[in-house]
Design a binder for this molecule. Structure first.
Ligand SMILES: [Zn+2]
Length: 261
């Protein structure tokens, strides 16, 4: 089980592909760009998803294969989308090679042994047929500068933001506890906290713990609305609403530390 996915360094093979300089605007009419094919062509078959980014400073077309398998083409200010597409199409072999290299590297580092906890279950990080990163049956969208680790963490954090507040508020309602605000945070060493004013902060990593462990943490913070300390009285409140809290604490102590690489 590995959660602290190491940084994925850019190797020479990952260098972006540069296209020829497009014709400057002044003679664009009289001199067709060398890279533009004479015929209009369909979207390249290898490019499941191509993103075009226009950059004023770019002097030529630049093609990159992102970690999630998508393609990003930098288009010079005076370039055209049509010319950019033609460039992408001309680089099919290179794109396939890049995707193959990425797949091989992911397999070598994380493919077989690489597991990420989601709800306490180890799921394998994988690439689907389109070369996209997947986890627990979902595609993990990777931004252009992200490492695999940060892409996966962002996905987990989004999942936390979508589910944890609702889980907390449902428990609060069941135990008739008022909560002022719920925030999802990236605490370095704690699972959650409760302020005197009733704001409960939860660590996004809680989406990785087994549901029973997560429920204990949520109840722990909610019980701080009754006792803002760790006195014997506080623990009696916890025991009353969460009989399995001892095992949950053990899981956090033994298995939880790895979630904080
Ligand atoms: Zn506490």
């Amino acid at each position: 089980m590995q959660l602290g996915l190491p940084f994925l360094p850019e190797t020479p093979a990952d260098e972006p592909r540069e296209g020829p300089r497009p014709s400057p605007p002044v003679n664009a009419r009289s001199t067709p760009a060398a890279s533009a094919p004479p015929v209009e062509s369909a979207a390249p078959p290898v490019a499941a998803e191509v993103r075009f980014v226009r950059r004023r400073g770019a002097r030529r077309y630049i093609l990159r294969v992102l970690d999630d398998g998508t393609l990003r083409v930098t288009v010079p200010w005076w370039g055209s989308k049509r010319e950019a597409r033609a460039f992408v199409e001309s680089q099919q072999a290179w794109i396939a090679d890049q995707r193959g290299r990425r797949a091989a590297r992911v397999t070598a580092r994380w493919g077989v042994g690489a597991e990420v906890l989601v709800d306490g279950v180890a799921h394998r990080l994988a690439l689907d047929a389109a070369g996209r990163l997947t986890l627990a049956g979902a595609v993990v969208a990777a931004g252009e500068e992200r490492t695999l680790k940060t892409a996966v963490q962002a996905w987990l954090r989004a999942r936390a933001a979508a589910t944890l507040p609702g889980e907390l508020l449902a428990l609060a309602a069941r135990h008739e506890i008022a909560v002022t605000r719920v925030s999802i945070r990236n605490q370095a060493s704690r699972w959650g906290s409760c302020s005197r004013r009733g704001t409960i902060s939860l660590n996004w990593r809680l989406v990785q713990t087994p549901p029973a462990v997560r429920e204990y943490v949520l109840l722990h913070e909610l019980m701080h609305r009754r006792e803002l300390n760790h006195s014997a009285r506080f623990w009696r409140h916890v025991a009353a609403v969460c009989p399995g809290y001892v095992e949950a604490r053990r899981w956090l102590r033994v298995d939880g530390a790895q979630l904080f690489d």
